[in-house]
Write a protein that binds this ligand. Structure first.
Ligand code: ZN
Length: 451
C-alpha cells in the first residue's frame, strides 16, 4: 500500500455508511479498502505514507456536475468569448480548494481539446465538458452573444463531441439565453449602459426585468407604464430613463434568444434518449413547464433538472416543480450559487425548501457570476441544520453524482475497494474547511494549500 489516511471519521458516499474511526488504505491510485480496526497497515512493510486524519472526516472527492468558467474555450450557453486564463485558473483553484476533484464544465459549446490552453496548463482536478451542439442551441447563443464561437463550434454535432470525450449533454439554456442570472449581472446592465450611460447593479436589473417581463418572461405579464415609473423611482432611476425606453431595453436584451433556447430543450431531450447520456437542463420559472412536458414526451431521455432552486422560483413553486419532475423520472439537482455564505444576489430559501422536501438527488455549484459557494459548505449547512444525516448529505455530491453520470464518474465517488482514490480530508466540526485533497491517490492539497 502507498498511503494510509489514518484515524479519521470515514463517510463512504453511498448515502448511509459511516465509520466513526477508521483508516483508508490507498494503493496504485485506487482505494484498497477501509480498515475500522486501524491496525492493518502496521502489518505491511512500513513504507506507506501515513496521513493523520484524527479530528477530521474523510470523504470521497466532490464531483461537481454543473460548473462554468473552468475551461479555455467558449464560455456559457451564450457561446461568449473565453474567460481570461487567470480567471480560469482562479476558478479551478477555488473548486479544488473546496474539495472538488472531478468537475463537469457545462458551458456546452467548447470542444474537449479546449479544456486546457496546452499541456502545460493541465490542472490536477479532472475537468470535462458537455455538449449542447444542436441547431436551436447554437442559434440561441448567436442571438444573445456567440462571440466565442468559430465555424468549428457552429458546425459541431453531438456525436462528434461525444466521440471526442464530452461526458454529458447540456447545459440547455442558461441565464444568458433564458433571462436568468447572467441577464441580471451582465447583459441588461450592459444594455442600459449603452443606451443611457449609467451602470445599474444586478439587483436593479432583476427588479426591472420582473417588472417588464414577469417571472415567466412573458411580455404580456409586464406591469403598466405607471407602475413601471414607480419601480424606476424605487430603483433611483426616476428622470434618468423613461418607462417606455426601459421596457424596450429589457425586452430586447432578454427575449431574442428565449424561443430558440426553448426549442433547444426539445432537441437535447431527443438526443439524450437516442445516445443514453444524461442531459442537464436550465430549470427555472420560465422553463419548468417545458421541462415537465419533455419528461413525459421523451421518457427515455435522462433529464437532469439543473439548479432546481433557481431564484426565479418561489420556494413552494420550486418544490412543486421538483416533485413533478422527479415523479416523471428526472434527476433533481440544486446549486449552491451564492446562496450559502456569500449571499450576493441569492438566499438559501429555495435550497432549504428543496433539501427539506427530500427531493434532491445532487448538489452542484453552477456559476453565480463567479460568486459560487463551495459544495462542502452547503453540505455542512445541511448537516448542522439536521436536514439530512452526514452520509445522506455527502452522497448528494459523491455517490449519487457518480451513479447519475456514469460516463463522467463511474469509477469514483465512493470509498470502496477498486474505486479511484479521490479523497478529501475536512474538519469534522466544519466540513466546509478542506484540509487535504488526494486525486488518484496523489496528494494535491495539503493543509489548505495546493502543492
Ligand atoms: Zn443554468
Amino acid at each position: 500500500m502507498d498511503t494510509v489516511l489514518q484515524d479519521g471519521c470515514v463517510i463512504t458516499g453511498d448515502g448511509t455508511t459511516m465509520f466513526a474511526r477508521a483508516d483508508v488504505l490507498i494503493s496504485g491510485g485506487q482505494i484498497l479498502g477501509i480498515d475500522p480496526s486501524c491496525t492493518l497497515h502496521r502489518r505491511s512493510d512500513g513504507s506507506a505514507d501515513i496521513i493523520d486524519a484524527l479530528g477530521c472526516t474523510i470523504t470521497p472527492g466532490i464531483i461537481n456536475a454543473h460548473a462554468h468558467g473552468c475551461i479555455c474555450g467558449p464560455s456559457m450557453p451564450s457561446g461568449s468569448a473565453p474567460l481570461d486564463d487567470s480567471a480560469v485558473d482562479y476558478n479551478r483553484n477555488r473548486h479544488l480548494l473546496q474539495g472538488t476533484t472531478t468537475l463537469l464544465n457545462v458551458c456546452g459549446l467548447a470542444f474537449p481539446d479546449e479544456i486546457d490552453r496546452g499541456p502545460a496548463t493541465v490542472h490536477p482536478m479532472d475537468i470535462h465538458v458537455s455538449t449542447a451542439h444542436t441547431l436551436s442551441n447554437i442559434q440561441a447563443a448567436l442571438a444573445v452573444d456567440g462571440a466565442g464561437l468559430s465555424t468549428r463550434h457552429i458546425q459541431a454535432t453531438i456525436d462528434q463531441m461525444l466521440s471526442q470525450g464530452a461526458k454529458a449533454l447540456g447545459e440547455v439554456g442558461g441565464g444568458q439565453t433564458l433571462g436568468g442570472g447572467a441577464q441580471e449581472y451582465r447583459f441588461i446592465p450592459e444594455a442600459v449602459e449603452r443606451e443611457i450611460g449609467l451602470r445599474i447593479d444586478p439587483a436593479v436589473a432583476r427588479r426591472l426585468k420582473n417588472a417588464v417581463l414577469g417571472r415567466y418572461l412573458n411580455p404580456g405579464d409586464g406591469v403598466s407604464d405607471e407602475e413601471l415609473r414607480v419601480e424606476l423611482e424605487n430603483c433611483g432611476l426616476a428622470g434618468k430613463v423613461q418607462a417606455e425606453q426601459i421596457r424596450t431595453i429589457v425586452t430586447n436584451s432578454v427575449m431574442p434568444s428565449v424561443s430558440q433556447a426553448l426549442a433547444g430543450f426539445e432537441e437535447i431531450a431527443r438526443q439524450s434518449a437516442r445516445v443514453g447520456y444524461p442531459a442537464i437542463f436550465h430549470n427555472a420559472a420560465p422553463t419548468a413547464s417545458r421541462l415537465i412536458e419533455l419528461t413525459e414526451k421523451h421518457s427515455a431521455a435522462r433529464i437532469v433538472a439543473g439548479h432546481s432552486n433557481h431564484p426565479s422560483f418561489l420556494p413552494d413553486e420550486a418544490v412543486a416543480v421538483a416533485g413533478k419532475l422527479r415523479e416523471r423520472g428526472a434527476v433533481v439537482d440544486v446549486s449552491t450559487l451564492d446562496c450559502i455564505s456569500t449571499r450576493w444576489r441569492n438566499d438559501p430559501a429555495n435550497f432549504d425548501a428543496l433539501i427539506e422536501s427530500g427531493l434532491v438527488d445532487t448538489i452542484s455549484t453552477d456559476y453565480a457570476g463567479g460568486r459560487w459557494d463551495g459544495i462542502l459548505e452547503a453540505i455542512h449547512r445541511v448537516v448542522r441544520k439536521k436536514q439530512l444525516s452526514a452520509p445522506a448529505a455527502l452522497a448528494l455530491a459523491t455517490g449519487n453524482v457518480a451513479r447519475i453520470f456514469p460516463q463522467l464518474a463511474g469509477d469514483r465517488g465512493l470509498i470502496e475497494k477498486g474505486k479511484r482514490a479521490d479523497l478529501v480530508i475536512a474538519d469534522s466540526a466544519n466540513l466546509g474547511r478542506v484540509r487535504d485533497v488526494f486525486i488518484a491517490g496523489r496528494p494535491i492539497v495539503r493543509n489548505g494549500r495546493i502543492l
